[in-house]
Design a protein around this ligand. Sequence first.
Ligand SMILES: [Fe+2]
Length: 154
Amino acid sequence: MEFDGGNPLRIQHFLKVWGFARQIGKMEGLDLKMQEILETAAIVHDIGIKVSLEKYGDCGGRHQEAEGPPLAEEMLERLGYDLSLVERVSWLVGHHHTYNHVEELDHRILLEADFLVNSYESRESMEAIQAFMRNVFRTPSGIRLLKLQWGLES
Ligand SMILES: [Fe+2]
């Protein structure tokens, strides 16, 4: 919140993504290490937006993915997180707009949690939500929460 001070939209965004990521991670039974990585990544995933806006005047996914990782690394190292967590969280920050070749659950769940929030904040159409669910959602828990949120048949 210090990093995004004065920007309630971004603060509310990452807190909601964290909540969904935490919930999906627990429902999917992640081990403690991956759960911590996922939750930490959810909190800092959009850390590159501010610099992207300053440097390029936009916060497109590619700019964010380039600008975010070093900022996440700096913050998490300063806060005393161990190196393996910092490395993985940084990688996730750099791939949170990458939807192909998703291999690990922490990455998959981060994409799902972000969309649970973005689909509401961006007022996506039902068609877009259904398409995203088909194309990106894979965990049973993420699919369940998205269907519950939007009142879709399960
Ligand atoms: Fe996000």
